[in-house]
Design a protein around this ligand. Structure first.
Ligand code: ADP
Length: 270
């Protein structure tokens, strides 16, 4: 890695001395490079479906006397539109949540409802692959947070578990609490993730296999969204994985017992 310094030289009036300031810009450059990559990735992810839509529209107008072709191409247009909608939706969620302050007034959230809500949106995909989704341990559990954001986080993990698992496997979603924290685990028997990739999967648009991700409707933003949702909740997301045998993602959240305890540097005027 190259280290770069910005050097400023300022004469100290009348003394004949100069002041030399050296500022380490390595981090600044890294942040700038990450931002540039992100913008390039967004452009690519938006332009690809728009380009495909434009081409398909042209093809349809040329084939307007062939009803079969028209049906086929409008189906493809629908798919590209769905892809565009997912990317835009994920970008909106990400921009709302990234950089947000930790939540000031979290609500009590029923964990079972969060898991059920998340499961509803992956049910069709799971059934299509005959993947059994087993939910356990969440009865009467309460976490502190925002129900809709938590459901988004669990939905993203469940959608990945289904997408990156072979047919007729099992996805286990379980919840557990101790005095201070509530944990939600999403475990699959899927393809797993190598140690090098595990380091990077929470980065925006990072995919181990881009073609595979796109084929299952992935945007490459799901785990970045999960990470930011957890930070906003003063929680964390961790992963255990073994290539070829499966992955377990864990969300760790403050539980209701944690509400009474003021945190350092925080006023507790409630
Ligand atoms: P995507 O939309 O591509 O799924 P994510 O941010 O949700 O984007 O995940 C990033 C990448 O991490 C995925 O493309 C995939 O390579 C890998 N990944 C995520 N979850 C799993 C999982 N349960 N099993 C195997 N690989 C996974």
């Amino acid at each position: 890695e190259v280290t770069s310094f910005a050097v400023r030289v300022a004469p100290l009036g009348g003394t004949g001395l100069v002041l030399v300031l050296a500022e380490d810009q390595t981090e600044q450059r890294r942040v700038e490079a990450v931002r540039r990559d992100f913008v390039a990735n967004i452009s690519h992810e938006l332009k690809t479906p728009v380009g495909a839509l434009s081409l398909l529209a042209e093809t349809i107008s040329d084939a307007s006397d062939d009803p079969d072709a028209v049906r086929r191409f409008t189906g493809r247009m629908q798919q590209e539109t769905n892809r565009l909608t997912s990317v835009i939706q994920d970008l909106i969620t990400l921009s709302r949540i990234q950089g947000a302050e930790p939540m000031a007034n979290p609500e009590s959230v029923d964990v079972q409802s969060v898991l059920d809500e998340a499961y509803d949106s992956v049910r069709t995909a799971a059934e299509a692959k005959e993947i059994e989704v087993v939910i356990s341990g969440a009865e009467d559990l309460t976490a502190l947070g925002d129900e809709s954001l938590l459901a988004t986080a669990v939905r993203n993990l469940m959608a990945n578990a289904v997408a990156y698992s072979p047919e007729r496997t099992r996805v286990s979603v379980s919840a557990a609490a101790n005095e201070k924290t509530v944990e939600i685990h999403v475990a699959d028997q899927g393809i797993g993730i190598s140690p090098q990739d595990v380091e990077r999967i929470f980065e925006r648009f990072y995919r181990v296999d881009a073609a595979r991700s796109r084929a299952t409707g992935g945007t490459g933003l799901g785990l970045a969204i999960v990470k930011h949702i957890m930070t906003h909740h003063r929680g964390e997301v961790t992963v255990w994985s073994k290539e070829g045998s499966g992955s377990t993602f864990t969300l760790r959240l403050p539980g209701p017992q944690d509400r009474e305890r003021p945190r350092p540097g925080e006023n507790s005027d409630r």
